[in-house]
Design a protein around this ligand. Structure first.
Ligand code: TRP
Length: 429
């Protein structure tokens, strides 16, 4: 069964807060437990460089976000968990996409346009202080998504445009160079909570109204007690729906607990008492994770090892073979193979060909054959795409190159296979 690939990126520019937890981390981890989903979670540290030019902060944020996801229950043996800058194929693909991306489309990107509008209002030059990084942001994001052929990308409304751009760039590339990319879809999570911050506006770092996810207990309590409320006295009925204390409570409570709290509001619960109940509810959910978080943060080398391992496995499995295929598709090819082709034309044996097929057990294979002689036999793959990518990578490499996903046929030498592959790597004409 081919699983649906769901991919999420988190920019490493801040400290995770309760809004990130309820709105992104918790729902994403719940969704990843679905066995029909293959989940990709990554730390978008190249994206962080667009807005943060403080190296210590990029590093700290990367550590905190990685530790937060792990503490919240992410299992790196079940999902792909990695750091963007550990996958060099992402910036390589960014350039290939840059060369098909319409500049006019990038001119219309919301983040870039907002920066231009701000400059105009201030009477400045349109592009004053705007880096090419901000302008190119959607291309980098498209590479994040397309390098793993993600099917679905859960995002907030502000990011829908970026997914549409990724589709557009992927489609243009496919049109020019063959079907290499899955066109991703945005998955909008309508029922996911948007939490109010301390001042009642949406909890967001840019409003400076956040409650850090792993604030120590005492600080958590202090922050919750500082939430702005109206001045209704104890005993006066209070409107639960309009209250940010209630909104926060509901995000961490069962339906039954929320219904009880709603009745307490109607009965005139004192603000102090409501805040105490809110603190206890949040702390009950967070404190077991907080312990794990603190243990993880104390061992940054372990987190580093987890991230590197994720990236290494992911590159070997998907990114490196796909990039080999893409380089070949656009014409970044080994010149020696083209010239050998011309001089050796006359003595060429009958060409070898790849055959892809499916066994009754639902597993996909390929073999390299010349007539009815089997030169190379692959191991089984879960998806035809994976087999196809290996085949493309072998053709591109023009030799076996330490590949362990296939074994030599009976009585076949490695040299014979290498020669057959080298021949296939030649241009068609
Ligand atoms: N731009 C996203 C944000 O600010 C983060 C991100 C980077 C991302 N690359 C991605 C999200 C790829 C989804 C897919 O939230």
């Amino acid at each position: 069964m081919t699983r649906t690939r769901v991919l999420t990126g988190i920019t490493t520019s801040g400290t995770p807060h309760l809004g990130n937890y309820a709105g992104a981390i918790r729902p994403a981890l719940e969704a990843s437990r679905d066995p029909s989903v293959e989940s990709f979670y990554f730390l978008a540290d190249y994206h962080a460089l667009i807005k943060v030019q403080d190296p210590a902060r990029v590093q700290r944020s990367t550590l905190e976000i990685a530790a937060s996801w792990l503490a919240a229950g992410l299992d790196p043996s079940q999902v792909w968990f990695y750091r963007q800058s550990d996958i060099p194929e992402i910036p390589e693909l960014t350039w290939l996409l840059t060369c098909v991306a319409g500049k006019g489309i990038l001119n219309r990107a919301h983040a870039y346009k907002a920066a231009v509008d701000k400059n105009r209002e201030a009477g400045e030059d349109d592009d004053a202080g705007i880096t090419a990084g901000l302008f190119m942001y959607p291309v980098l994001m498209a590479a994040d998504i397309l390098i793993f052929n993600a099917d679905k990308v859960p995002v907030g409304r502000d990011q829908i445009q970026h997914i549409e751009m990724a589709r557009d760039f992927g489609q243009r590339f496919n049109h020019l160079f063959g079907e290499h990319f899955t066109l991703p879809e945005a998955a909008i999570e309508a029922h996911v909570a948007t939490l109010p911050g301390l001042d009642g506006r949406k909890m967001s770092k840019s409003y400076d109204n956040v409650i850090p996810l792993f604030a120590p207990r005492e600080q958590l309590k202090k922050l919750i007690y500082s939430i702005v409320t109206d001045s209704r006295a104890p005993g006066e009925p209070k409107d639960a729906e309009a209250s940010n204390v209630f909104q926060l409570y509901r995000a961490f409570a069962s339906d039954a607990q929320a219904a009880d709290m709603r009745r307490a509001f109607e009965a005139g619960i004192a603000w102090g008492e409501a805040k105490q109940a809110l603190f206890e509810r949040i702390d009950a959910e967070i404190s077991p994770m907080r312990e794990k978080y603190e243990a993880l943060i104390a061992k940054p080398a372990e987190i580093e090892a987890i991230l590197r391992d994720g990236a290494a496995r992911l590159r070997a499995r998907y990114a490196t073979p796909l990039l080999a295929q893409l380089r070949d598709a656009v014409g970044l090819r080994d010149l020696s193979k083209a010239s050998v082709a011309v001089s050796a034309q006359d003595e060429k044996p009958a060409p070898a060909t790849f055959k892809q097929y499916r066994e009754n057990d639902g597993t996909f294979y390929f073999k390299l054959v010349r007539g009815d002689r089997v030169l190379l036999q692959s191991a089984g793959f879960d998806a035809p795409r994976e087999a196809g990518q290996r085949v493309a990578a072998l053709k591109q490499a023009g030799r076996l190159d330490g590949d362990s996903s296939a074994t030599l046929g009976d009585g076949v030498t490695r040299d014979e296979v290498d020669a057959a592959l080298a021949q296939m790597a030649e241009p068609a004409e």
